[in-house]
Design a protein around this ligand. Structure first.
Ligand SMILES: C[S@@+](CC[C@H](N)C(=O)[O-])C[C@H]1O[C@@H](n2cnc3c(N)ncnc32)[C@H](O)[C@@H]1O
Length: 268
């Protein structure tokens, strides 16, 4: 889905975000995994003050209410999603919706449980940064962690008639999402780890002596170090592919204004 007509940069960003975040609702496995995670913590949610950070259409806020939260603050910065969430959720005296950026939100009372999906396909390339710089301290964050996994495979195994090995090689130095169907390949290395309260740690592996001419990355979302959902199985997060042209690479993330964090990747 693409926007075809000319819009102001601000309008474009608002509508583009709406399109990007609407498509996550095609992914039933992600929603199921999140609902299971919330239900597993029903004893912490019942009677608690909860916050959904970036509520989108508000499905998780709804689940928090269903599980007996005393109050739910649903915060969404995209004004179109905010309006749609307000229409969907209607009036409920236990729910308060705010159209604002989480980084500027001051909850009127202590937050006992915060729920979010701020994971990017490369782990930190969406908005986990905001959770690392919260102006308040929630009692429990769901989910509280994640990994960026990496692995090597052979182009003969993943390339097809359209993306031949020669065409794939043209992308040297470029990370491309969703290029191949093989989104069940297991990763071997934990390239980056994020944990709430500890931030992001990056440790790219040494690939010397390892076979494979295709490097791939994928996201694994964890809570309490147990995987709750992952790229591939959850269509919302595609695998990322790049031709291997060395044994060492560097990976960093650069914050660009309030609207996300960019991936900087280089072969060394
Ligand atoms: C991946 S969607 C998740 C939506 C919903 N929480 C769910 O899991 O179904 C992320 C949402 O967070 C919003 N968002 C991202 N960063 C935000 C921020 N700093 N403050 C408020 N909303 C934010 C986006 O606009 C988007 O609607």
């Amino acid at each position: 889905m693409d926007i075809v007509n000319r819009l102001s940069p601000r309008q474009f960003r608002t509508y583009d975000d709406l399109l990007a975040f609407l498509s996550i609702y095609d992914d039933r496995n992600r929603l199921r995994a999140y609902r299971q995670l919330l239900r597993a913590h029903h004893h912490r949610i019942r009677g608690a003050v909860c916050l959904e950070a970036g509520c989108g259409l508000g499905y998780l806020s709804e689940e928090l209410l269903r599980l007996g939260a005393r109050r739910v603050y649903a915060v969404e910065r995209n004004r179109l999603l905010f309006r749609l969430a307000r229409q969907r959720l209607g009036q409920c005296d236990r729910l308060q919706l705010f159209c604002t950026d989480l980084s500027t939100f001051s909850p009127p009372e202590p937050i006992e449980v915060l729920v979010h999906d701020f994971y990017g396909m490369m782990l930190y390339d969406e908005d986990l940064w905001t959770l690392d710089h919260l102006p308040f301290q929630p009692g429990l964050v769901l989910p509280d962690g994640g990994y960026l996994m990496a692995g090597l495979t052979e182009s003969s195994r993943v390339c097809d008639r359209t993306v031949t090995p020669e065409i794939f090689q043209a992308f040297a130095g470029v990370l491309v999402s969703g290029l191949f169907d093989a989104e069940d390949l297991p990763g071997r290395w934990h390239v980056a780890r994020w944990h709430f309260g500890e931030g992001l740690q990056i440790s790219p592996p040494d690939l010397s002596g390892e076979p494979g001419d295709v490097l791939f990355f994928y996201l694994s979302v964890t809570h309490g170090n147990k995987e709750i959902c992952r790229a591939g199985y959850c269509s919302n997060w595609p695998y990322i592919w790049t031709p291997r042209i060395g044994d060492h690479f560097s990976l960093t993330f650069q914050r660009r204004s309030n609207y996300g964090t960019e991936v900087v990747f280089r072969w060394l």
